[in-house]
Design a protein around this ligand. Structure first.
Ligand SMILES: [Zn+2]
Length: 180
């Protein structure tokens, strides 16, 4: 998603939220080490900047998406990627509520970038989404937080297509990976 957005933007500002999170989320340390590793290996140095935002997530879904956008505008961003179920929790909000609410606030001075969910397609041999890939669901590897947590807690499963090997190693080397 970030690279799709970067293709038609001048630069990419990656600013993960650090601070209190819900149990089962990655810790701040795991998040920062993962992003740093990913950027070191896979992103251009001349158009990508990593920063952090210290802020306590409220899991307020669409309202919090608007808040996040205003904060990023204040950092100088012109656009912000709003994914599926941004700042959501469980099935509390409709998965597209955080994208739809931006229509009610056309004067924010920061544009949401609404992208379809991405998956890895074994036939395309690439990250793809429903607009770009013609293959059936059985060829897709969906991004799954549950699958990722299971891999890092019990070693079960396989994250190929979901996470870069360098990032997997970095998380393996982070002792406190998950919020208790
Ligand atoms: Zn495909």
């Amino acid at each position: 998603m970030q690279k799709s957005a970067l293709t038609f933007s001048d630069g990419l500002f990656i600013q993960p939220v650090l601070g209190k999170k819900k149990a089962g989320d990655f810790t701040d340390e795991a998040i920062v080490r993962s992003y740093q590793t990913l950027i070191d290996h896979y992103y251009r140095k001349d158009n990508t900047l990593l920063s952090v935002l210290e802020y306590e997530m409220e899991y307020a879904g669409p309202k919090e998406a608007i808040h996040h956008a205003i904060m990023r505008k204040n950092f100088g961003c012109t656009h912000m990627i709003i994914g599926r179920d941004h700042a959501g929790v469980g099935n509390f909000y409709s998965p597209y509520a955080a994208q739809e609410i931006f229509r009610e606030f056309p004067d924010l001075e920061i544009q949401p970038i609404i992208l379809n969910s991405f998956f890895f397609c074994k036939k395309c041999e690439a990250m793809a989404n429903e607009k770009t890939c013609p293959h059936p669901r059985c060829d897709h590897v969906d991004f799954s937080g549950t699958k990722i947590r299971r891999f890092f807690t019990s070693g079960d499963g396989d994250l190929s297509g979901l996470m870069r090997p360098e990032v997997v190693r970095e998380i393996m080397n982070t002792p406190n990976r998950f919020v208790d």
